[in-house]
Design a protein around this ligand. Sequence first.
Ligand SMILES: NC(=O)C1=CN([C@@H]2O[C@H](COP(=O)(O)OP(=O)(O)OC[C@H]3O[C@@H](n4cnc5c(N)ncnc54)[C@H](OP(=O)(O)O)[C@@H]3O)[C@@H](O)[C@H]2O)C=CC1
Ligand SMILES: CC(=O)N[C@@H](CCC(=O)OP(=O)(O)O)C(=O)O
Length: 343
Amino acid sequence: MKVSIIGTTGFGGVELLRILHQHPTFQIQSIHSTKDEIPIWEEYPHLYRLLDKKLEPINSEQIADQSEIVFLATPSGISGQLASEFVDKDIKVIDLSGDLRLPSSDYKAWYKHEPVHESLLSKAVYGLSEWNMELIKNSNFIANPGCYPTASLLSLAPVVKEDLIDPASIVIDAKSGVSGAGKSLSRNTSMSEANENLRVYKVNQHQHTPEIEQQLLQWNNSIQPVTFTTHLLPITRGIMTTAYVQLKNEMRTTQLLELYSEIYHQHPFIRIRPENTFPSIKEVAGSNYCDIGLHADNRTGRLTIVSVIDNLMKGAAGQAVQNANLMSGFDVMTGLDFVPMYP
Ligand SMILES: NC(=O)C1=CN([C@@H]2O[C@H](COP(=O)(O)OP(=O)(O)OC[C@H]3O[C@@H](n4cnc5c(N)ncnc54)[C@H](OP(=O)(O)O)[C@@H]3O)[C@@H](O)[C@H]2O)C=CC1
Ligand SMILES: CC(=O)N[C@@H](CCC(=O)OP(=O)(O)O)C(=O)O
């Protein structure tokens, strides 16, 4: 199947290249950029002699004629416009941005951009692979989830769906490596500011807050607004979310681990860690895994759930290819069977 990438020179785009280059069924047809028409290895020398492709201008007609799947690894505000040029044609579109994940009013309030037209928005399926599998399989248009929502939602889904927690008690403490901010230079992600530092940012204003709440509410309509706080870690890849929730009734850690293991049993990318072990970011780096560890504190009645992903893989390009696999009728693992890059 022929696939094309727009926004190829960004961190999400170049991660898509890494995955798709060795995918057994998807074939990279064309790669697109607003930049000069140069070989991709001139922009990314690690691809020298591995990928013999030139960046091409974004000509939607031509891309639509040549591709069966288009990945949009473009910024919010841009993706929505580009998507509208493809969705009515008979090709599949997977968008990595936040443009198609939220209702217009929330998008406007949190992203501060003009939302896309309702007719386009209504066609997009939220691509949280493990939980929206059937909808994804039957869709041609995917709003790939944000990186933080992926880690947070996968960790909270079982207790929220099973109605085991006080719905007003959710606190998510989240930390990300700097590649989450994309390739553009910024002061906070510069070496001198980020290295040997830990910085909190967008306190109570992060654009992923409504995305998390929206999905939690679909699972359990009693859920109240969540506290979601993001921090910048001095590492390149990876996200850790630590969720704190109040259990409605006393439960043992073993019971909860059994529940999580049962629920995620058939989902190869979700690894539930044994009791008293917790995942670290490096244990999933470079892979599409989401690893989850948890502990119920019987002193406080609170449950602590730790979830780690690679923001560029399960948090972006990896989940996008997982969704493309689902849309194409392939096994989810196809082309995504990466062992984490440890150490
Ligand atoms: N980084 C991450 O961990 C995650 C990112 N995302 C989302 O994925 C998308 C891509 O993120 P990321 O790769 O990090 O971002 P980057 O900033 O690294 O790259 C974005 C790319 O978009 C292209 N672009 C910029 N402006 C335009 C435009 N006007 N028209 C067409 N293309 C344009 C650029 O490519 P060129 O210069 O070649 O045109 C640029 O390289 C974003 O929406 C981001 O929010 C989602 C989850 C995680
Ligand atoms: C570390 C870092 O800065 N991360 C970014 C993630 C942005 C992102 O993925 O944007 P979407 O809204 O399109 O999903 C942030 O926190 O804003």
